[in-house]
Design a protein around this ligand. Structure first.
Ligand SMILES: [Zn+2]
Ligand SMILES: [Zn+2]
Length: 208
């Protein structure tokens, strides 16, 4: 009997982060725990949204036993990362997103195609041609660069589009990059953060 083909899981959108680092202590950047997108989604559905396994399996469009397998693999991986002081990277797995999402290898902006079936060739922010589907981005990611946040800031915190500079007030508990710029379909970022400064530099290089 031939094995049943693996079903592709459909996710609405990729998570707003690419991974986690242990804070303090020593860790080896090569000892990363790879959490697949559907495993991250299972933790979000079951432990954050508190769905029961039936509901969560339906959301992920997999059978109940498959869901149980994905979910327990996810828990094991996260527990391993915590217990062994290892970074977590979210990437890969058998997933498609309902629209095409890309990450730029040059400025690390994340954006989605304007229309469902459309493919994109260049980064809308820095014009780089080195853009890859978000599903594969974790393997190429350059950790640390342009990440993190300045500790001192003045005035109201804002989320900003790295391309058109459209701003909205930042809301506590809602990551800036869970907001998509309504015009550009690009994930927004914290105005004035290290990461914002990094992207602006990349954008300047494109303009000069
Ligand atoms: Zn770019
Ligand atoms: Zn924009």
């Amino acid at each position: 009997m031939s094995p049943r083909p693996k079903r592709t899981r459909i996710l609405k959108e990729p998570p707003t982060f690419s991974g986690f680092f242990p804070m303090g202590g020593e860790y080896d950047t090569k000892s990363v725990v790879v959490l697949h997108f559907e495993e991250y989604e299972a933790l979000r559905l079951s432990d954050y949204q508190s769905l029961n396994q039936e509901e969560a399996a339906n959301q992920l469009q997999v059978s109940r036993p498959t869901y149980t397998r994905i979910y327990s693999a996810a828990r094991k991986k996260v527990a391993t990362a915590l217990a062994e002081n290892r970074p977590i990277v979210v990437t890969g797995g058998d997933v498609e997103f309902d629209t095409r999402w890309y990450e730029c290898k040059n400025c690390s902006c994340v954006f989605k195609a304007q229309e469902e079936k459309m493919t994109m060739d260049t980064c809308p922010v820095c014009n780089s041609e080195e853009i890859i589907p978000v599903q594969q981005a974790g393997e190429h990611r350059n950790f640390g660069e342009g990440r993190g946040r300045k500790s001192s800031h003045q005035g109201e915190e804002m989320c900003i589009c790295p391309k058109c500079d459209h701003e909205i007030p930042h809301q506590m508990g809602i990551p800036c990059n869970s907001n998509l710029c309504p015009k550009c379909n690009i994930r927004m970022m914290r105005k004035g953060s290290n990461r914002h400064a990094f992207v602006l530099k990349k954008r300047q290089n494109k303009e000069s």
